[in-house]
Design a protein around this ligand. Sequence first.
Ligand code: GZL
Length: 304
Amino acid sequence: GSAGAGGGAGGGGGDDTITMGFAQVGAESGWRTANTKSIQEAAEAAGIELKFSDAQQRQENQIKAIRSYVQQKVDVIAFSPVVETGWDPVLLEAKRANIPVILTDRAIDSEDTSLYKTFLGSDFVEEGKKAGKWLVENTTGPQRVVELQGNTGAAPAIDRKKGFEEEIGARDDIEIVASQPGDFTRAGGKQVMEAFLRSTPNIDVVYAHNDDMGLGAIEAIKAAGKVPGKDIKIITVDAVKAGMEALAKGEINFIVECNPLLGEQLMELAEKVVAGEEVPTRVVTEEGTFTSEQAKAALPDRKY
Ligand code: GZL
């Protein structure tokens, strides 16, 4: 047989069908679900054959998936790195196999920028700044803040913290009095908020790195007999439907949007990269912010 001939630049599909291996973080949040749906629908629309894996938020599973895509000789590999570090070895394997890599959603901190062609995703420091700016401009008097962090070592967790702290530095009466990882999940946010409510007196504000943890915190705050959005203000990031509904109800006070709809841009970048065309090394996604009134107006048109 001519199996050897088929092992060229890319396997799978007809001659010119692009095969993409995508190693997703997991299914931990509403944002992730919307992100996965966008990628799968965009691949379908672009006629790109998609091999997809869910790592359940474990880096070793993502590394295994990337390694398997190299062995399958896909035309291009894309992934959202669950944490920033530890990728160089497996990305070197992809490089040696001449398989281009695209980072989506989250960044890696590798010094070797030849390991990937481009990074398509949000500016998480900006997101943190927007959250901090709202707090600085919309509160007066001392604010004791508890922070629900994303999973330890993740780019959005590191950078949303960084941007928020930079902005609240403008006021010396705003202080982060407790900060723990809630792993971007509703359950994680609830558990950490329950612990904060037991251990930390006089909490004024919750800053949650995503809506899901903010929604978990709302459950804990209600169980403690307090009113979310009033007794304790809540600021979150993402703007997924459940978060926007809580914002419209006034249980969350402000949401910084993080756009999960990266599928179309990813497929366009993949086609260029496979064709050997130049692509920008960084593509920043467009996104805004929402107050309660803006959420009420936006909800009917939201796609996720
Ligand atoms: C951000 C993304 C984060 C979302 C969370 O781009 O990596 O991961 O904010 C998701 O909801 O879990």
